[in-house]
Design a protein around this ligand. Structure first.
Ligand SMILES: Cc1ncc(COP(=O)(O)O)c(C=O)c1O
Length: 392
């Protein structure tokens, strides 16, 4: 008997990026500095923890509303109105176990076997896996590095076929750090409307914006709410990645379809942690702003240092916690460069090609996951590495 289901056996082989190679070296005792993971280095703000602890002590330990507790969905609806120009009923919000779960439920609820889903490339690999589990087919639409990875309909429209069901948008973008301008989103919306497509809009970094960047939710554009499933999470802005809390916002029929998945896989999200989320939504903006300011200082430090290294050119990321420097001047595949950095400098970075061929010639480095001291040490090691390359 074949014990493993066909959907797993037939899924494309999974790469964990540099993770497995790094784990091998770590097992040999190497002092690795991890710039490959997008894990915030901050602690969850105390007032948010206190709210969850108070709820736990108050006996909020039982089953609750399967869509998420009503107070949290109301707070989110008010936030969406105030910050995202989205007018939604709390019943159009589904609280989920992080953004990952929101995206999984949305894709499982809307993708039939054989449906094609367009991923703007460089893409976020985790969402590709979800499409495959649903029996869908990922179609990459490579964006142009020379054009700053802007959304260009001329590069996306040729990928649309009569099997295309949806487009995945990551805004602000991991890995490129781009915060898409309204005009770019309008161009994507125009494509989605003309070809009658869904848009999955991953906005996990909606609050991680620097300088004067402004975030626009594509669902707020005319004609888009009815075809967009917006994913948000508490993960990055409030340093709550381990809490596993996020949400999806979608028209009622889609929320209902998603609940057919979530009721079967988790029933609902842990009750008392949702009280921490209410505190984050109602009173967390100042804490989020302070953490973001610390990240901005790290961003500036990393970008400045990278641009002084021979063969490295780094654009300033407008949002997220990632730098995506161009290292094509070294004339080697990004995977080989990332592996050499791991071996020689004991710094873990991700190869740009991990995000699809359009990311080739780049590396992705997270400036938000290590302490400032460790970041300084990582930048010194990287500087020695790149100087060594230019001498060699
Ligand atoms: C673009 C993007 N989406 C989703 C996630 C995962 O979010 P969560 O931890 O809330 O599931 C990440 C985490 O790095 C991410 O970068």
């Amino acid at each position: 008997m074949e014990q493993i289901a066909r959907r797993i056996r037939e899924a494309s082989p999974k790469s964990f990026g540099m993770y497995e190679k790094a784990m091998k070296l770590a097992a040999q005792g190497a002092d690795l500095i991890h710039l490959e993971v997008g894990r915030p280095c901050h602690d969850t703000p105390e007032h948010i923890k206190d709210a969850a602890i108070a709820a736990l002590r108050a006996g909020e330990v039982h089953y609750s509303d399967m869509r998420g507790i009503p107070e949290l969905r109301q707070a989110l609806a008010d936030k969406l109105q105030a910050e995202n120009a989205m007018s939604v009923d709390p019943d159009e919000i589904l609280v989920t176990n992080g953004l990952t779960h929101a995206a999984f439920a949305a894709i499982m609820a809307t993708i039939d076997p054989g449906d094609e889903v367009i991923h703007l490339e460089p893409f976020y690999p985790q969402h590709v896996g979800k499409v495959e589990l649903a029996g869908g087919r990922m179609v990459a639409a490579p964006l142009d590095a020379a054009n700053d990875f802007r959304i260009d309909p001329a590069l996306i429209e040729p990928k649309i076929t009569d099997r295309t069901k949806a487009i995945v948008l990551i805004n602000p973008c991991n890995p490129t750090g781009r915060v898409y301008e309204r005009a770019e989103l309008e161009a994507l919306a125009d494509l989605a409307i003309r070809h009658d497509l869904l848009v999955y809009s991953d906005e996990v970094y909606e609050k991680v914006l620097y300088d004067d960047s402004k975030h626009c939710s594509i669902a707020s554009l005319p004609g888009m709410y009815e075809r967009t499933i917006t994913f948000l999470a508490f993960t990055k802005a409030y340093a709550m990645d381990g809490w596993r809390l996020g949400c999806a916002i979608a028209p009622p029929a889609i929320v209902k379809a998603m609940m057919a998945i979530t009721m079967n896989d988790v029933t609902h999200v842990n009750t008392f942690i949702q009280y921490g989320a209410i505190e984050a939504v109602l009173s967390g903006n100042e804490s989020a702003r302070r953490m973001k300011e610390a990240d901005r200082v790290r961003r500036d430090k990393m970008v400045r240092a990278l641009n002084q290294m021979p063969g490295v050119t780094c654009a300033v990321p407008q949002g997220t916690i990632y730098a995506f420097p161009d290292v094509s001047a070294l004339g080697r595949p990004s995977q080989a460069i990332a592996e050499a950095i791991l071996e020689d400098a004991h710094v873990v970075v991700e190869a740009g090609s991990f995000y699809g061929p359009a990311g080739e010639g780049h590396l992705r480095l997270c400036f938000g996951s290590e302490s400032e001291e460790r970041l300084d040490e990582a930048l010194e090691r990287l500087s020695r590495f790149f100087n060594g390359q230019s001498e060699g």
